[in-house]
Design a protein around this ligand. Sequence first.
Ligand SMILES: [Zn+2]
Length: 376
Amino acid sequence: MPRIDLRAHIWTADLVYTGFGAPMRAGGVAVVGEHVAQTGPLQDLRRAYPDAPIEHKGRYLGIPPVNAHTHLDLSAVPRYQGAYVGFVRHVIQHTRRGARGLEAARRGMAELQSHRAAAFGDIVTREEVMRWLLTESPLPGVAYWEVIAPDPTKAAEVFREVRARIERWRALERPGGVRVGLSPHAPHTVSAPLLKRLAEYARLEGLPMQIHAAESPAELEYFQRGTGPLAAFLREVTGLSHPAPGMTPVAYLAELGVLEARPTLVHAVQVTEADVRILAEAGVRVVSCPRSNAGLEVGRFPWGLYGKYGVEVALGTDSRASSPDLDVRAEAQALLEAGLEPRGVFRALTRGGYRALGLAAPRLVRGTPVRQVEFW
Ligand SMILES: [Zn+2]
C-alpha cells in the first residue's frame, strides 16, 4: 500500500484564490496528506506549520478554471482569422460540408478535459450533441440550445418548436450534470418578436441564457445606422431588410425587455459607458473571449468600464473556428501578457465563470481534497 506523506506542506503562488473574497498575494494553503488543512495569508500558515516546507507552485493556485463559452461542435472547423463577416461565411461553409456534429463535440470535450476546465458553457446546434451532453458529459455546465431565426413572421412557429425541445431535454438533466439553456444567437439573427418570447420563456422557467452581442464594429454599425458589411451580408443571406433600430445592440436588448431574463452576454466588446451601466443595473454578466476577439478584429474588451460598474466578467475560448485551442487558461495568459491586473483576470477565469453559468463556485477550505486545488 502506498504510504501517504502526513507531513504538512505549504503551497503558495504569485496569486492564491480560495474562492472567498479577493485573490491573495502572499497567500497559500497548508496541505496535510491528501487534504487541505488550512488556507490564508502565508504568515499565518508559517506560524501554524513552522516546520512545513514552502512550495511555490507558479503563477496561480486556487479553485479550478471555467470555460464559460465555447462551441464544441465546431472543433473540426479550421481557425479563421479576419473580419467578422468573413468568419460567419467560413462557419456556414464548413457547416454545409457537414463538419459539425457529435464527433467534433466529443473531440472538443476531450480537449476541455485535457486543459482541466472544471465546468463549461457550450452553444449547441445538434440534437444528438444536446442528448449526449445531458446524459454523458463528464463535466458540469450549461448546454445552450442555439436559435437562429431572423424572419419575424416565423416567430410563433419557431418558439413552439424550441419550447417543445427544451421541455423534452429538461427531463434528461442529471443532478450535478449539464443543465439545458437557451441561446438566441445574436440580436441581429433572431427577430424581435422571437427574442422577446424566448427571453420571457427563459425568465419564467429559470433557464440560463447566453446571447452573442456587441461583438463587432459591423454589428454596431448595423444597429445604429443599418449600413455596413453586416447589414449587406444579412440582406444577402436572409433576403430580409429591417429598419435600423438606431441604437446600440445592448440598448436594443434592453428595450425589448430581453435583459430582464438576465442573460449572459458573450463578447460585449462594442459597448458604450451607458451600455455598461444598463448591463450593471440589469445584473447581466458577460463572457469575454480575448483571443477570438483579436483574431476576428472586433476590438478590445473594455475591462476598465466593466470594473468601474462592477459587472461580473467570465472568460471563454469561443470555438476552434476562431480560437487556437479550447484552453481557457491561455485566455488568462493573453490578458496577463497584455498587462491586465492579475487579480481581475484570475477572478474572471474562475469565480466569474461559475457565476456566468449559474453554478456554485467551489471553495478551498479545510478538508478540500488536494486534487481539487488547481495551480500552474
Ligand atoms: Zn461564440
